[in-house]
Design a protein around this ligand. Structure first.
Ligand SMILES: [Ca+2]
Ligand SMILES: [Ca+2]
Length: 124
């Protein structure tokens, strides 16, 4: 009987740059492989990055990225499904009171969000 495989025996894939929060697995670019999306925080900069899934596994380097115009300390990415029904999965970044929506496309992430959704409007 073979010895059980330990996690530390597996080759490691290190994401660069380091990510703070992440979400997987949907297909942002529509190539049939699920992708990883991650947010990194460096000083005042918040960046959303896509790490492409491939038949050989997850790429350790981002294939596309978008800056997040927010000062929230820990923006969190979330898959939204295909909100605009164009065949590409879409990504949201949750901030304190709003969600920024990035529509998927063959290039991966667009440079800027396509929509800003305020979670709570003014009281009636
Ligand atoms: Ca993909
Ligand atoms: Ca879509």
């Amino acid at each position: 009987m073979a010895a059980p495989l330990r996690v530390t025996d597996l080759p490691a894939t290190t994401l660069t740059p380091a990510a703070t929060t992440f979400a997987g697995a949907r297909d942002l670019d529509g190539d049939g492989c699920s992708d990883l999306i991650a947010v990194s925080v460096a000083g005042v900069a918040r960046t959303l990055r896509m790490y492409r899934g491939t038949p050989l596994g997850l790429s350790p380097s981002p294939s596309s990225e978008a800056s997040i115009d927010a000062t929230t300390s820990t923006p969190a990415p979330v898959w939204l499904g295909d909100v605009n029904r164009d065949g590409f999965d879409d990504v949201g970044v949750t901030l304190t009171t709003e969600i920024l929506v990035y529509h998927g496309r063959t290039d991966g992430l667009p440079d800027h969000p396509s929509q800003r959704v305020v979670l709570r409007g003014p009281d009636p």
